[in-house]
Write a protein that binds this ligand. Structure first.
Ligand code: NAD
Ligand code: UGA
Length: 457
């Protein structure tokens, strides 16, 4: 017999790994993950999981069928479980009021209504998805309507980053649990604290009121993204002044009040959440009439858009103002290393702009080619997808590093140089390559926030 039964609705990048971690650390609990997407559930039940995340396969292999189960029987599982995490997607709205800004809460609300319809006993509902502040109130109202079952809504936002999800879940900086300050709220909160206390030190499990918890998630992402836009804004100034952005970041980051993390200048941040969560914050600020606060946070997105545009313009100018028929190889398509996820990847924007310039675009990536094919489907122009980086680079005029995969640092660049059209260019959108060494081999190198190194007089 299991000591607790836990359900998670939504088997995505968050629901899958998070529940796998709980199952591994708590063999005395039974964990079930459900989703409306049958194909995804079938993949969670197969040897080819629907997402790539270092360390995930091993954990799933250990716990699946023991105390972790994936199912499509959403209604049956709602009835069978009294602790329910909701981890459905909350993308940016693409229609109607708030299009392009507000969170689209339709999946969220459908889940709430389904829980209300099926529940036959009291439930603790845990917001795992990232939501606008005060969503719990809407949830309580939907769940409570014409019902004498008690639903206690908690907020437990997820802070894992893709590519390091297992490490982040194993050893989180903090776990945040927001609740109502009522006897039932406190009891539910304590129950959730007990679950995480199976492996997270108590002092890292922090509690707050429910609105602070919901808002803290948006703010954490906004602060992280703001650091990247801050250093990227400085990168543009470095390119004009012969300062080196990596040296500036190091000097600034060693101030312990500032800190060294998240100061890597890049082609721009991607991923499913930074942009959507900041737009959500901007929308919230505007809807409360806080226009200056909204403008401030919108600036983070503007700098990011500008960073991607600048990258393509640098390529265009460096390559004699025409890219037509030039073969340009993108090293990496995922939005960051160690994931196959390409949502909001800067590589999508860069590929589109290069195709508009009539370049031939060659894409290579160790994990993201399947998603890249889907992202670029229907785009006009010549696009090639090639697994092997050497084959992808051959006969190219330029390489552009989009993703900081370690494997790109260790390639045989002499061999690559010999196979490329001359003059050969490298545009390092992640500042991972050894510029001096590559320059000495004959490449013309452009890195973000650094003076270019070219062989032209
Ligand atoms: P995802 O798209 O990978 O997964 C969401 C899943 O929910 C999908 O498989 C979808 O089919 C399912 N779903 C939608 N409606 C459903 C319904 N009514 N019933 C059952 N299943 C349903 O999304 P994700 O990346 O896991 O993100 C989920 C939430 O977590 C979002 O709010 C996101 O902002 C937040 N978040 C994501 C990350 C991340 O790294 N991806 C990190 C922290 C927080
Ligand atoms: C981010 C946050 O780091 C997580 O805490 C949060 O839970 C998650 O969003 C979410 O809510 O979805 P994630 O997007 O998976 O995680 O990955 P990050 O490591 O934050 O990277 C985001 C983007 O910023 C990537 O494109 C990355 O390459 C870029 N980046 C990151 C930089 O350009 N420079 C940096 O210094 C750091």
């Amino acid at each position: 017999m299991f000591a607790k039964k836990i359900l998670c609705i939504g088997a995505g990048y968050v629901g899958g790994p998070t529940m796998a971690m709980i199952a591994m650390r708590c063999p005395h609990y039974k964990i079930t993950v459900v989703d409306i997407n049958d194909e995804k559930i079938a993949r969670w039940n197969s040897n080819e999981l629907p997402i790539y995340e270092p360390g995930l396969d091993e954990i799933v292999r250990e716990v699946r069928g023991r105390n972790l189960f994936f199912s499509t029987d959403i209604e049956g599982e709602i009835r069978a479980n009294d602790i329910i995490f909701v981890s459905v997607n909350t993308p940016t709205k693409t229609y109607g009021a708030g299009a392009g800004m507000a969170a689209d809460l339709q999946y969220w609300e459908k889940t709430a209504r389904q829980i209300r319809r099926c529940a036959q006993s009291n439930k603790v509902i845990i917001e795992k998805s990232t939501l606008p502040v005060r969503t719990a109130l809407a949830m309580e109202r939907i769940l409570g309507a014409e019902n004498n079952i008690h639903f206690e809504v908690l907020s437990n936002p997820e802070f894992l980053a893709e590519g390091s999800a297992i490490e982040d879940l194993q050893n989180p900086d903090r776990v945040l649990i927001g609740s109502r300050d009522t006897p039932t709220g406190v009891a539910a909160r304590n129950e959730l604290v007990d679950i995480f206390a199976n492996w997270v030190p108590r002092e890292r499990i922090i509690t707050s009121n429910i609105w602070s918890s919901e808002l803290s998630k948006l703010v954490a992402n906004a602060f992280l993204a703001q650091r990247i836009s801050s250093i990227n804004a400085i990168a543009s100034l470095c390119e004009k002044t012969e300062a080196d952005v990596a040296e500036v970041a190091r000097a600034v980051g060693l101030d312990s009040r500032i800190g060294t993390k998240f100061l890597n200048a890049s082609v721009g941040f991607g991923g499913s959440c930074f942009k959507k969560d900041i737009m959500n914050l901007v929308y919230l600020c505007r809807s409360y009439g806080l226009n200056e606060a909204a403008d401030y946070w919108e600036g983070v997105i503007k700098i990011n858009e500008c960073q991607k545009e600048r990258f393509v313009l640098t390529m265009l100018r460096a390559m004699f103002n025409t890219l037509a028929d030039k073969r340009i190889c993108l090293f990496g398509f995922a939005f960051k290393a160690n994931t196959g996820d390409t949502r909001e990847s800067p590589a999508i924007y860069i590929a589109r702009k290069l195709l508009e310039e009539q370049a031939v675009v060659v894409i290579t990536d160790p994990k993201a080619l399947e998603n890249a094919r889907r992202d670029l489907a229907g785009m006009k122009g010549e696009i090639l997808f090639i697994d092997d980086p050497y084959e992808a680079a051959a006969a190219s005029d330029a390489l552009a590093v989009m993703t900081e995969w370690d494997l790109y640092k260790d390639l045989d660049f002499e061999r690559i140089f010999d196979s490329m059209t001359k003059p050969a260019f490298i545009f390092d959108g992640r500042n991972i390559l050894d510029r001096k060494k590559l320059f000495d081999m004959g490449f013309n190198i452009y890195a973000v926030g650094k003076p270019p190194m070219t062989h032209f007089a």
